[in-house]
Design a protein around this ligand. Structure first.
Ligand code: ZN
Length: 132
């Protein structure tokens, strides 16, 4: 079974901690040992794992991504959101985590982030829990 939850972004670019809803999906699936696949079906968003203890970390990640891939350039895509598409491809729209004893196997400082690159918008995240 694939579970879905919504994420509402409030800025043009934003990293939103989704560790809790993903862990909830794992618990709901009732799987003690296995894999958890997180996927977002958008071309201008992504999913990443990084430090969620110090909020400066996601802010710095965004600051540098926005510097490396500027909002305005000589892009040919007429929708005007090429930088968001490029960031989405670089970070990637999916992650896979281990489940041990019914919990996501994350490092002490790690959290799962939904990456908004073309907000604000309502977004979807899919979670597939596989026993094994
Ligand atoms: Zn576009």
């Amino acid at each position: 079974m694939t579970q879905t939850f919504s994420v509402k972004s409030s800025k043009q670019t934003e990293l939103i901690d989704i560790t809790h809803p993903v862990q909830e999906a794992v618990q709901k699936a009732g799987v003690k040992e296995g894999l958890c696949v997180i996927f977002t079906p958008h071309t201008t968003a992504a999913v990443t794992i990084n430090e969620n203890a110090d909020p400066s970390v996601p802010r710095d990640i965004l600051m540098e991504l926005n510097k490396i891939i500027p909002f305005e350039d000589r892009y040919q895509h007429t929708e005007g959101n090429s930088s968001a598409h490029i960031k989405s491809s670089l970070i990637g729209c999916s992650r896979t985590l281990f489940i041990e004893s019914g919990r996501l196997l994350l490092g002490t400082w790690q959290g799962i982030f939904f990456c908004e690159f073309d907000g604000p918008r309502d977004r979807q995240v899919y979670v597939k829990v596989v026993k094994g």
